[in-house]
Design a binder for this molecule. Structure first.
Ligand code: 5GP
Ligand code: ZN
Length: 136
């Protein structure tokens, strides 16, 4: 399998590494949404959130918390977005699980928001019914 994030996570391709431990490498994104945009990459390959084991997913979120705390001090940002895309329809372009950790600066206009729609009564009923069933 030819996966760029496997190679970066393994150190085979050089990257701007902010942090590394036995499970993860945290790097700077080459196309940042804002200054300090980082990516948390597990060293093992999982395509997305469905594939990654629960324990590792939990560790990844704990690591995101650590990066946010450090970034608040080091980068003096005003906020953070945590973004994690799954599937082409959702904007995933690299099919190796990763979490975007995006510092935000007041007025930066980084494009990580959406235009709110409307929750219709029909959707409210249908979605709560089918999702409650699926979550059992
Ligand atoms: P996705 O759209 O899959 O959620 O995010 C992929 C991210 O990886 C993009 O933000 C893109 O800029 C970044 N990216 C793609 N290739 C490379 C690379 O070779 N090195 C680094 N550091 N970032 C990359
Ligand atoms: Zn991979």
């Amino acid at each position: 399998m030819d996966c760029i994030f496997c190679k970066i996570a393994a150190g085979e391709i050089p990257s701007a590494t902010l942090y590394e431990d036995e499970d993860f490498r945290v790097i700077l994104d080459l196309g940042p949404a804002a200054r300090g945009h980082a990516l948390i990459l597990p060293k093992a390959h999982y395509a997305d959130l469905c594939e990654i084991p629960e324990e590792l997913a939990a560790k990844a979120m704990i690591l995101a918390k650590k990066i946010v705390s450090a970034g608040r001090k080091a980068l003096r940002c005003d906020g953070y977005n945590i973004v994690q895309n799954n599937g082409e329809a959702a904007g995933q372009t690299v099919f190796h699980f990763h979490i975007h950790v995006i510092p935000r600066y007041t007025g930066d206009n980084a494009g990580v928001t959406w235009t709110p729609g409307t929750l219709t009564e029909e959707d409210r009923q249908e979605i709560t019914a089918c999702m409650r069933e699926a979550l059992k």
